[in-house]
Design a protein around this ligand. Structure first.
Ligand SMILES: Cc1ncc(COP(=O)(O)O)c(C=O)c1O
Length: 423
């Protein structure tokens, strides 16, 4: 029997039996998805403001991407780039170079997941600098592998999994809503350099331009620029982790384009594969070439079908009109969220960059956010929470959503928050 023919209940019972509890449980059983909508296995329709955690910036099943996948499936499925070179891999690297947020000539490697890409960025930075240290920031999320869980800053992702990787140092990041200013954060970094690690031993800073799992906190321009100045002073490389903030989410292809800094290395993933697993490290060619032949790679990294999808994704992201629509959506969401926040006392702050927007609830615990997410789900809207305290509700609707779909989703969010629209 195919999974789609079972009821949602049947699938959940089997999930309980065959899948370990370590993978956080959702009780949504997806039967079909298209555009900004998901239908569960029982045929119930939902608006999807979770977007597979930022993998669906172009919506479910974008026509050009699906066509490119079909065409590649008919040519060949797998090759292993180390055994036989193929055009789709090289094409994605060429397009990533075209879209590089700066002047440098770049090269890229393609891998399977965001975490694997972050690990590779660190390997490249270490190899290029001959230094071991990695500086990461409060509320960072970089993945669940051994190195990246040490770089990630939430206990649930590392509890019981030690020993953790060494030479990872954490500095504060600005969080104005909870009282951490740019000045405070930089002071913390300078203290780190006095107390814990000599900046001459640091290979790279790794920072999300908009912190994702940590609570959709946009990094202020002056903070990012001050980090870049320290990079230049101490010979440290700047790695932008754009796995969640990239691929058009904030309007520009990369969020860092809005911050006036050219990174040395940039990590992308999620929407890059349009729903297929693909992530990349792109960086200045001389840094990327610092690693000896054979030091990078992997069996499935840059799978031809994922690459065909990614080339189509990158085409769409750079097509005229994409950014304009993303910015329209950002304005629509921001206006409505500000309105809700002004009338709804449980909302503490509306923040984000472009269409990467969230509401932080005033109470620093997960209780209300869980209730709102569950209530919205009952009303037909999929939402995700995030933040160290689990009290941030993030919005990641497909940027292909219509105004009517966005309005409907926001109306459901208002209802779930308890706001009835009355003055
Ligand atoms: C900023 C950031 N970096 C890295 C990762 C890890 O990506 P993956 O889950 O594909 O390993 C994520 C995943 O959410 C992310 O948001």
């Amino acid at each position: 029997m195919r999974v789609e023919e079972k009821t949602a209940h049947d699938v959940l019972v089997e999930r309980e039996r065959y899948v370990p509890r370590g993978i956080a449980a959702s009780d949504l059983v997806v039967g079909r998805a298209w555009g900004a909508k998901i239908w569960d296995a029982d045929g119930r329709e939902y608006l999807d403001f979770g977007g597979g955690i930022a993998c669906q910036n172009l919506g479910h099943g974008p026509a050009g991407v699906v066509r490119a996948i079909h065409e590649q499936v008919d040519r060949f499925l797998h090759q292993c780039f180390m055994v036989g070179v193929y055009e789709p891999y090289v094409e994605v690297c060429r397009r990533l170079d075209d879209l590089w947020p700066g002047e440098a000539a770049t090269k890229s490697i393609l891998v399977n997941s965001g975490a694997e890409a972050v690990e590779n960025a660190v390997k490249i930075a270490r190899s290029a600098t001959g230094r071991a240290g990695v500086v990461v920031f409060d509320r960072a999320f970089h993945g669940r592998t051994n190195l990246t869980m040490a770089m990630t800053s939430k206990l649930v992702y590392k509890q019981g999994f030690g020993p953790l990787a060494t030479d990872v140092y954490r500095a504060p990041a600005p969080y104005p809503y909870r009282g951490v200013s740019v000045e405070d954060a930089l002071h913390g970094l300078d203290l780190l350099f006095k107390q814990d690690v000599d900046p001459q031993d640091v290979a790279c800073f790794v920072l999300e331009p908009v912190q994702g799992e940590g609570g959709f906190i946009p990094m202020p321009e002056d903070f990012v620029q001050a980090l870049k100045a320290r990079c230049e002073k101490h010979g440290v490389l700047y790695v932008a982790d754009e796995v969640q903030s990239g691929c058009g989410r904030t309007g520009t292809v990369w969020a860092i384009e809005r911050l006036g800094v050219e990174p040395d290395l940039l990590v992308s993933g999620k929407t890059l594969g349009g729903g297929l697993p693909l992530a990349a490290v792109t960086g200045r060619a001389e840094l990327m070439d610092a690693v000896h032949p054979g030091g990078l790679g992997g069996t499935f990294g840059g799978n031809p079908v994922s690459c065909a999808a990614a080339a189509a994704v990158l085409d769409e992201l750079s097509a005229p009109g994409f950014r304009e629509r993303a910015e329209q959506i950002a304005r629509l969401l921001r206006t409505r969220l500000d309105e809700i926040a002004s009338r709804q006392p449980i909302v503490g702050e509306v923040r984000g960059l472009g269409a990467m927007l969230a509401l932080e609830l005033a109470e620093p615990n997960a209780t209300e956010a869980k209730r709102v997410v569950a209530d919205a789900r009952d009303r037909g809207l999929i939402l995700l929470s995030c933040g160290l305290d689990g009290n941030v509700i993030r919005l990641l609707p497909p940027l292909s959503a219509t105004d009517a779909e966005l309005d409907k989703g926001l109306a459901i969010l208002e209802d779930a928050l308890g706001y009835d629209g009355a003055d």
